[in-house]
Design a protein around this ligand. Structure first.
Ligand SMILES: Cc1cc2nc3c(=O)[nH]c(=O)nc-3n(C[C@H](O)[C@H](O)[C@H](O)COP(=O)(O)OP(=O)(O)OC[C@H]3O[C@@H](n4cnc5c(N)ncnc54)[C@H](O)[C@@H]3O)c2cc1C
Length: 406
């Protein structure tokens, strides 16, 4: 078992009694991470998604962590899901992004909002990786303000017809289905969610390759031209698109936060070995005090990021047991925003320090810390930017009258 991961489990064991089954799940996460290290590195070098990765994750049962047993999932506590995600975050944000989308943005959303038929139809296939999903909220002119989206749906006798463009969509060119958000062509205020077949007539996806990191995550732009969606593929009640989207983002924000803790762990491990091995000015660089300061800061970041993340996971579990509780929802949102804001900032800072410790070699696509640096930057942007988290945190404290955006 990875040493830092074991330490997280041991530290948490002082507050939470893990069952045998939960420990086994964490052991599987560790095994999957071991199995994925080399392929992830190779695919990162080739700037491509690893099409074998979903199969490896499914083999270790990691695509069903929060999904109910009746649909083939493990139905484990949020803290277990969070820890498993932390371990996989050590590989960079590519695998982490895939899980965020497939599991937290899509499967959990169908589990919460889908009809009985939709759950039976999609969840077992998602858990087994037989169907890959993407989440289409962002558009070229609707990012931080998703409620300004322009994609439309028109009602027909048998369902709906969708038109519009979705932008920066993870898993965008490898998916079988997309959870897509659109507004009514007739009633401007009405936004709804749909399950769109990505192989249907009128769906066109284009890969967006020009990223500054996250090379093993597939990112696409998706055009929807008169795409027919059957009435059964409306997800949740008509007009409830934005609450559905926000509930999905809450799941994924916690996932990002956990992945970032993993990035910090990987930064620390790489920095410790480089500090012991590299010799300059006649001694190992780890014996220079300024390098020790970087190492100390990364270790502090690990401590500062994991506890808010674990707190958010416990709070989120409580909320999932009581969806109707509005006060609990607000508290959970605050905890999750705090965790994401703190962990993503510290992951980027830790990866930056790790690059510094590695010197010129660190500033290279060949070095794992270069990957951590490029990958972790996105965590401050997707699933709600730094600024949006700041606004959410401040307005939770100041009160609803101070909400700086709607
Ligand atoms: C690699 C990658 C993968 C992604 N995957 C997905 C996906 O799978 N599905 C999906 O739907 N989206 C996805 N996104 C989109 C992502 O969620 C958006 O990029 C993000 O929400 C920000 O939107 P934007 O890029 O349009 O930036 P903008 O909204 O244009 O923001 C630009 C800047 O203005 C700031 N800003 C905006 N509004 C305010 C305000 N009211 N107050 C203060 N500052 C403000 C922002 O914080 C930011 O700093 C992905 C993005 C990336 C980079």
């Amino acid at each position: 078992m990875d040493e830092l991961f074991q330490k997280s489990i041991d530290d948490l064991s002082e507050f939470y009694k893990f069952s045998e089954q939960e420990l086994k799940v964490l052991d599987e996460a560790d095994k999957a991470a071991e199995e994925l290290v080399m392929p992830e590195y190779e695919h990162y070098m080739n700037h491509e998604f690893d099409s074998e990765a979903p199969g490896i994750l499914a083999k270790h049962n990691l695509l069903g962590l929060p999904i109910k047993k009746e649909y083939g999932g493990l139905e484990v506590h949020q803290i277990v899901t969070t820890l498993a995600k932390e371990r996989l975050g050590q590989l960079g944000m590519g695998i982490s992004s895939f899980i965020n989308v497939q599991v937290f943005l899509c499967a959990q959303t169908i589990q919460r909002w889908g009809s009985g038929e939709q759950k039976k139809e999609y969840l077992p296939k998602m858990v087994r990786k037989d169907k890959i999903f993407c989440f289409g909220l962002t558009e070229p002119e609707a990012g931080s303000d998703p409620a300004s989206l322009k994609t439309t749906y028109s009602k027909t006798d048998s369902g709906y017809v969708l038109n519009g463009t979705k932008y920066l969509i993870s898993n965008g060119t490898i998916s079988d289905y997309m959870i897509a958000f659109a507004r009514s062509a007739d009633k401007h205020e009405e936004i709804s969610a749909f399950i769109v077949d990505m192989h249907a007539k009128g769906v066109e996806s284009t890969q967006l390759k020009e990223k500054i990191g996250l090379f093993t995550s597939d990112t696409g732009m998706i055009d929807l031209n008169d795409v027919v969606v059957s009435a059964e593929n409306l997800l949740g009640p008509i007009g409830k698109g934005m609450p559905i989207a926000y509930s999905s983002l809450l799941n994924a924000r916690l996932g990002v936060s956990a992945g970032c803790v993993g990035v910090i762990e990987a930064s620390l491990k790489a920095s410790l070995s480089r500090a012991r091995e590299r010799v300059q000015h006649g001694k190992q660089i780890g014996k220079h005090q300024l390098i020790q300061q970087h190492i100390s800061m990364i270790r502090q970041s690990l401590e500062e990021s994991r506890w808010p993340t674990y707190m958010a996971a416990f709070k989120k579990q409580e909320y999932e047991n009581n969806y109707g509780d509005r006060a609990l929802m607000d508290e959970t949102e605050l905890r999750v925003s705090l965790a994401k804001r703190i962990a993503s900032r510290l992951a980027f800072d830790s990866a930056d320090r790790a690059v510094q410790i590695h010197g010129g070699f660190g500033y290279s696509l060949m070095s794992p810390v270069g990957q951590l640096f490029g990958d972790s930057r996105v965590a401050r942007i997707y699933e709600g930017t730094d600024e949006i988290q700041d606004l959410k945190i401040a307005s939770e404290l100041l009160g609803k009258d101070f909400e700086a955006y709607k």
